[in-house]
Design a protein around this ligand. Structure first.
Ligand code: 4NP
Length: 153
């Protein structure tokens, strides 16, 4: 059975769509399913933010066909690993965890990168384009670490 990974941010239009596209590009499609969701519902059904679509395109990835959806407790049954972008995403996701096993699936996206725990992927929504380049670089590095870990399991 395929291993299933879910990327989570607040709106599911800026950070987690990028994380979904980037991780997907680093894993074989027949063995891994990567999806994303937001803890909020404001953007449900929307395409990713055009600045995320643009930075992905600049790096050779097409994420324009993704559609935002809201994280729900049933995602704990569906997914093996849940990566959240920041601490408020973490709090909002674990609040819905039905048991300790479900809670243990949730990790901060950047925690695999360094020994410093608790680092966050900053929300680029209210900033300029350069914030999206920074977020892309962080996610690319973090997804390489995650992909290597999953491929070596
Ligand atoms: P995301 O960014 O969580 O990376 O998708 C945001 C998108 C929209 C909003 C906040 C963050 N918003 O407030 O609408």
């Amino acid at each position: 059975m395929a291993t299933k990974i879910l990327m989570v941010c607040l709106g599911n239009i800026c950070r987690s769509p990028l994380a979904e596209g980037i991780l997907q590009s680093k894993l074989p499609k027949d063995k891994f399913i990567v999806d994303s969701a937001g803890t909020g519902d404001w953007h449900v059904g929307h395409q990713p933010d055009k600045r995320s679509v643009a930075v992905a395109k600049k790096n050779g990835l097409d994420i324009a066909n993704q559609k935002a959806r809201q994280f729900t407790a049933s995602d704990f049954e569906m997914f093996d690993y849940i990566y959240v972008m920041d601490k408020s995403n973490y709090d909002n996701v674990v609040k819905l965890a039905p048991n300790p096993e479900a809670k243990a699936k949730v990790q901060l996206m950047l925690d695999g990168l360094t020994t410093v725990k608790g680092m966050e992927v900053p929300d680029p929504y209210f900033g300029g384009n350069e914030g999206f380049d920074t977020v892309y670089a962080m996610l690319d590095e973090a997804c390489t670490v995650v992909a290597n870990k999953l491929l070596n399991k």
